[in-house]
Write a protein that binds this ligand. Structure first.
Ligand SMILES: *Cc1c(COP(=O)(O)O)cnc(C)c1O
Length: 225
């Protein structure tokens, strides 16, 4: 199937849910990105800053670039002028840096907190207590150039569906908690509306469990080299 056909198939599967499709374009060629754009989809996800910056320069400014991978503080300045949503905020230090560069660019950068939900050592992210601590930190309320719009999580790299389901449910439960309790909302910098979870192998499950952003790459383009 062509890129357009795969995207259409996935969009069809997602129509019953609230999940929006982010096409994960890391490692894919500019031609593949242009072919994707031709379908009308504009939300592209990249996990490496340099690659995002290079591609951004070659594509229309209408593309919405999502930073989905771990972000180092010293790289924030390169994406701050244009990034649409940063999914991977996992520290106060990073948030302060994003705020600083957003201010320099006279913009507000929307962000998600990445929450650690997997049973693996290698994944980045915050636990519930760390999340609440950041939101209650007096410094947080001063960051006028960021907006927190939700949470992101990555499930364990496993085929064991009950495990993945449990991890997605834990993210949804945490999201429902911060939303209901309006955690951080009094700062005016927080609006709990998005849950970014689900990739090629589990986007349908994620959508059923409340995801609002699924991040899909190989199900559209085939396996990465
Ligand atoms: C690569 C990547 C994806 C997409 O992975 P696929 O299995 O190709 O769909 C989603 N989220 C993050 C954070 C990624 O790095």
């Amino acid at each position: 199937m062509s890129i357009a056909q795969e995207i259409q198939r996935i969009q069809q599967e997602l129509t019953q849910s609230a999940a929006k499709l982010i096409v994960v374009t890391k490692t894919r060629s500019i031609d593949e990105l242009k072919e994707t754009l031709a379908t009308g989809l504009m939300d592209f996800g990249e996990n490496r800053v340099q690659e995002m910056v290079e591609k951004q320069a070659l594509l229309p400014s209408t593309v919405r670039w999502h930073q989905i991978g771990h972000l180092q503080t010293n790289k924030v300045k390169y994406i701050a002028p244009f990034v649409h949503l940063i999914h991977s905020v996992d520290s106060m230090k990073l948030l302060v840096e994003i705020n600083q560069h957003a201010q320099k660019n006279q913009r507000i950068i929307p962000c998600l907190f990445q929450i650690y939900i997997a049973q693996e050592e290698s994944k980045f992210g915050l636990n519930q207590d760390e999340l609440i601590d950041i939101l209650h930190d007096p410094i947080f309320a001063t960051l006028q150039h960021i907006r927190i719009v939700g949470l992101m999580g990555m499930a364990s790299f496993t085929e064991h569906i009950p495990q993945i389901k449990k991890e997605f449910q834990s993210l949804k439960t945490l999201f429902d908690y911060v939303k209901t309790e309006k955690i951080g909302v009094a700062t005016g910098l927080v609006n709990w509306e998005e849950i970014s979870m689900g990739m090629s192998g589990d986007y349908l499950l994620a959508a059923e469990l409340g995801s609002t952003f699924v991040r899909v790459g190989s199900a559209i383009f085939g396996p990465r080299a």
